[in-house]
Ligand binder design. Structure first.
Ligand code: PEP
Ligand code: CO
Length: 409
């Protein structure tokens, strides 16, 4: 699905992000669904990531690395092995790569054929994304190609278009006045990522390409190790140790400085720039206590890791009706604290990792339209974690951009 050249190019871009020369935007569904492998849904996913990245370019005044949680984000770790409904107990849904969300004996039975169906859909999705990007869809001269209808009616519209015009004007200045025509302006890159959870799936697509010394996972550019499988002595770390791709590790409240140092030494023995991204996800309540000791521990290893904040997974809660949700305010607050804490520790937040969709779902509370508990029933589609809808996703990007441009409010 991908080549080692692309993987190496991403690694060097991530090295730039670790050094403060780029910013990483990683986002997409918590779990992709096979049924969403169709052009309108894929197009909307690209559109929202493009819009967000443009806003982040404006805010950070840096190139943005766009990484989708797509083309293979099909396997889910679960906290509970079983699910109970009205007294009936069945195995949990573990993503379309493993079984089905339907709450029946048959639906929850793991089916190895799904590994093949997942690979096909991942490849189809990536093929369509490559075609769109190559065909000029992502051309910065034509942001109207990736306008999402909702923006015009949104309370965010005027600020978004102001940011857009500022970027387009700079582009025109560069081209018309300075005579520069960087190819990057017409063809932006998208990279793929997913949690490397199902080791059989990952291993089957791991190769040593011709003229390369090392092994590459060629079913994604950027696999990450989830929080539940980040055991230094576990199988996942052992597999990731053997591949040359840049890798991410989710870092949650259970991570200790000692364990983090071991992980860094195992996964990045040579201190290779861009190799390791630490994606922290503590929740707004815990981030202040958890993050600084880990920043110090990582620094003690002498490695230039890239720090990225996932403000989603530590902020999940249940509504009174038992629906899994996240509040926009908590997500934003964790992000703001992450920027502040890194700055206070002499470190740098180099990216964000978000669960979002290009659709108008109602899964997270708050945001510009202040969605409440009752709104959640309207368009709640995720089978796993609640995602920011297109408007909330753009709003988060705009708030990050404002913050990067102006510093703390
Ligand atoms: C996820 O990213 O969907 C996920 C399960 O995250 P974590 O491993 O951080 O809980
Ligand atoms: Co999730």
């Amino acid at each position: 699905m991908v080549t080692s050249w692309e993987v190496e190019s991403l690694r060097s871009q991530l090295a730039d992000a670790a050094a403060g020369r780029r910013f990483l935007l990683q986002g997409g569904d918590c779990a992709e669904r096979f049924q969403d492998c169709e052009s309108p849904a894929i197009t909307r996913k690209l559109k929202i990531l493009l819009q967000m990245s443009l806003v982040l370019v404006y805010g950070s005044r840096k190139p943005v690395i766009r990484v989708g949680r797509f083309c293979g984000q099909y396997a889910k770790p679960r906290s509970e092995a079983f699910e109970t409904r009205e007294g009936k107990v069945l195995p949990a849904y573990r993503g379309d790569l493993i079984n089905h969300p339907e709450f029946t004996d048959r639906g929850r039975l793991p089916d190895p054929e799904l590994l093949l169906r997942g690979y096909e859909r991942a490849a189809l999705t990536l093929n369509f994304i490559r075609a769109l990007v190559k065909g000029g869809f992502a051309d910065l001269h034509h942001p109207e190609y990736w306008d999402l209808d909702f923006v015009q009616q949104s309370p965010l519209a005027s600020e978004y278009y102001a940011m857009l015009h500022s970027v387009v004007e700079s582009l025109q200045f560069m081209e018309n006045v300075l005579g520069l025509h960087p190819a990057e302006m017409e063809r932006v890159d998208f990279f793929t990522s997913h949690e490397g959870l199902h080791l059989r799936y990952e291993e089957a697509q791991t190769r040593r390409p011709p003229r390369r010394e090392r092994w590459y996972n060629l079913c994604t550019h950027f696999p990450w190790i989830g929080m539940r499988t980040a055991d230094p002595d576990g199988a996942h770390v052992e597999y990731f140790r053997g591949i040359a791709n840049p890798v991410g590790v989710k870092v949650g409240p259970a991570m200790t400085p000692e364990k983090l140092v071991r992980l860094i030494e195992l996964l990045d023995p040579d201190g290779e720039p861009g190799r390791l991204t630490l994606i922290h996800r503590f929740g707004r309540e815990a981030v202040e206590a958890c993050l600084p000791p880990l920043i110090r521990a990582a620094r003690s290893t002498g490695r230039a890791v890239l720090w990225c904040c996932d403000p989603m997974h530590g902020n999940t809660r249940l509504t009174a009706a038992g629906v899994k949700t996240r509040h926009f305010t908590d997500i934003l607050r964790e992000l703001e604290l992450a920027f502040d804490l890194h700055a206070a520790c002499g470190s740098r937040l180099g990216g964000v990792h978000l669960e979002l969709t290009g659709e108008n779902v109602t899964e997270c509370l708050g945001g510009a339209r202040n969605l409440n508990d009752e709104d959640l029933v309207r368009a709640y589609e995720s089978e796993v974690d609640p995602r920011l809808n297109h408007e909330q996703a753009l709003e988060i990007a705009m708030l990050i951009a404002r913050r990067m441009r102006n510093g703390p409010a």
